[in-house]
Design a binder for this molecule. Structure first.
Ligand code: AP5
Length: 266
């Protein structure tokens, strides 16, 4: 299945979902789940003993995607980024009434996509065999208490919840300077991680990466973060994300490989 498979199937039939964003009302129809029972409880025993189930959370541009690159490679787990799933949907089809159009409207307004929609998408993706066999790294989900509750109700029990802590002003600077390579999806920063000269011309800026939008995303993050953290207190590790990417990576690696109760590396 393609990474956006969930979208292809998730929004074609009834029941419908209606919401209003930026003064525009939209309706997107949601499809039955077909042969996948998204309400099934996932048995931890179905997974390999050694596979990891991780969640990574942090503010907008806190470095989740940057860290996920090496974490998913090192532990051979599936990187599930809800932001990437949504961007793929937009790239694929953003015509009126499509899930891409709906997602774009929320993202470009710096708003969270409604819980019902993103929960449905995540559920459909996480029950796929690759996640069940290899384990997964949830990046950008859950972001609200409703999303966290949905995971718990589904019987999904992560081993570790990684929280990347970065001051607001640093986050804004990172959002504004971020660039992405459309060829391989690699993330750069004009100051902190300059791209090689030969690919500079093809780099793109995400449509939601502007300062005004970043503050809106940050506000929503602060409104929701405590309630999500509360749900995973017992498995939470927290790192100082304001240092260099390598140093953040080293902190995460130490915590993951010396797994224990809630701890912090500052
Ligand atoms: P999403 O793509 O998840 O956006 P985000 O949470 O704002 O996170 P980012 O992808 O912006 O940043 P990141 O933490 O991955 O940082 P990165 O590694 O790129 O979601 C986008 C939108 O989709 C949301 O706003 C929402 O609308 C919607 N959405 C997604 N999930 C949803 C959900 N569950 N519910 C509802 N809506 C949802 O790094 C950022 C920059 O900093 C880069 O340039 C990088 O090179 C640089 N950098 C990284 N680490 C460091 C470091 N240590 N030092 C210096 N620079 C660094």
């Amino acid at each position: 299945r393609k990474p956006w498979g969930a979208f292809e199937s998730a929004f074609v039939r009834s029941p419908s979902f209606t919401d209003e964003v930026g003064g525009i009302e939209s309706e997107v129809r949601m499809e039955d789940e077909g042969d996948i029972d998204v309400n099934q409880e996932l048995s931890p025993l179905a997974m390999s003993e050694s596979s990891r189930r991780l969640i990574i959370m942090g503010g907008p541009a806190s470095g989740k995607g940057t860290q996920c690159e090496w974490i998913s490679r090192r532990y051979n787990i599936v990187h599930l980024s809800t932001g990437d799933l949504l961007r793929n949907a937009v790239a694929k089809d953003a015509s009126p009434g499509s899930i891409g159009a709906l997602a774009k409207m929320y993202m470009d307004n710096g708003k969270l996509v409604p819980d019902d929609v993103i929960i449905h998408i995540l559920k459909e993706r996480i029950v796929q065999p690759d996640c069940q066999e290899r384990g997964y790294l949830l990046d950008g989900f859950p972001r609200t208490r409703a999303q966290a509750t949905a995971l718990i109700e589904m019987g999904i029990r992560p081993d570790t919840f990684i929280f990347i802590d970065v001051p607001d002003e640093v986050l804004i600077e990172r959002v504004v300077g971020r660039r992405m390579d459309p060829v391989d999806g690699k993330i750069y920063h004009l100051t902190f991680k300059p791209p090689p000269e030969e690919i500079k011309g093809r780099l793109i800026t995400r449509s939601d990466d502007n300062e005004e939008n970043a503050w809106k995303r940050l506000r929503q993050f602060h409104e929701n973060v405590s309630s999500v953290k509360e749900c995973f207190q017992d498995i939470m590790v927290q790192v100082d994300g304001a240092s260099s990417p390598d140093s953040v990576a080293e902190s995460i690696k130490i915590l993951l490989e010396r797994k224990g109760p809630t701890s912090r590396i500052a």
